[in-house]
Ligand binder design. Structure first.
Ligand code: ADP
Ligand code: ZN
Length: 292
């Protein structure tokens, strides 16, 4: 029995096949172009495994429709990526593969990966943020994704501009929301170079840490999770974690007694595998729940 994973991101789709122990047997990435082209690659990747496939887990960029009783369930909906607007992702996969499909956001999938196999293993509630090309957040409380009329869009929370930061933000919807101020492209536009090329000693990183700390502060006050996991390309700056913890402590002023920050504000234990592991585990879960 095999499980499939699709991490559908804005720049690439990472497809993987795992066995019953969720060990990854094969993994490949395809560029995100348009649904016709990218999905052709995705379908071709899984076809050789079709006979043994028991379920597929998809973690997609969004916004997406997650309501099972909605006529557009399984669609990518109002994404700024025009070619992908109103794309019937789950429907398309179901036409190609007659297996149960788990469908959630890319960050929820990564949150689930950490919840099952990483920093969330021994706790009930985790929040996962990715700070990369965009900022996204997903939360699990007592084993369930936090959602209501739709999935959360935590990356667009408002942040208070730093006094030393004159950048106005680049979110097309909100300007200076968290994504507009702190995602990779905002760093690049502000400083004229990629985040990876900004030295650790650059004072900008204190400003960046301040925005991420505001996000952790808001998350703490709203959800009181057991752990907050910060992933994505920008957190590859290993010095950032400690800067975020310091800025968070200053913001919180001791108002809430969180778990020790060394275990409360962390980077993903699974590193870049959180999304794939989450999708595989969700595939296994949906396959088992529909077993006769
Ligand atoms: P995506 O969000 O597209 O899935 P990533 O999480 O890798 O992918 O995020 C990519 C973003 O992170 C880019 O804007 C890139 O400039 C930035 N980034 C990647 N590596 C680093 C690094 N070491 N330091 C700072 N920023 C980085
Ligand atoms: Zn925004």
């Amino acid at each position: 029995m095999l499980y499939g994973s699709i991490e559908a991101g804005g720049t690439k789709f990472v497809c993987a096949v795992g066995d019953e122990t969720l060990e990854i047997l094969h993994r490949e990435s395809f560029p995100t172009t348009n649904p016709e082209q990218t999905m052709k690659d995705v379908v071709a990747f899984f076809k050789p495994y079709e006979e043994q496939m028991a379920g597929i887990g998809i973690g997609s960029f969004g916004p997406i429709d997650i309501h099972e009783d909605s006529p557009t369930y399984g669609f990518i909906t109002s994404t700024p990526k025009v070619a992908w607007q109103n794309f019937d992702f789950v429907g398309m996969m179901k036409r190609e593969f007659s297996v149960p499909i788990a469908w959630t956001t890319d960050v929820n999938a990564a949150a689930y990966g950490e919840y099952r196999f990483g920093h969330g293993q021994d706790v009930d509630s985790v929040v996962y943020y990715t700070i990369g090309t965009g900022v996204g957040g997903g939360a699990i409380q007592k084993g369930r994704f936090v959602e209501g009329f739709s999935h959360p869009e935590m990356g667009h929370m408002l942040v208070v501009p730093h006094v030393d930061d004159s950048y106005k933000g680049n979110c097309p919807f909100h300007g200076n929301c968290l994504e507009g101020m702190a995602a990779g492209p905002a760093i690049e536009k502000r400083l004229g170079k990629k985040g990876a090329d900004v030295p650790e000693t650059d004072p900008f990183w204190l400003i960046e840490a301040e925005y991420i700390a505001q996000c952790v502060y808001n998350t703490t006050l709203m959800l009181s999770p057991d752990v907050i996991i910060l992933g994505g390309g920008v957190m590859k700056q290993t010095h950032m974690l400690e800067k975020v913890r310091k800025a968070f402590t200053k913001l919180m002023q001791g108002y809430v007694q969180t778990p020790p920050l060394a275990t409360y504000i962390v980077t993903p234990a699974l590193e870049d595998n959180a999304g794939t592991m989450g999708c595989l585990a969700l595939a296994q879960k949906v396959a088992c729940s529909t077993e006769k």
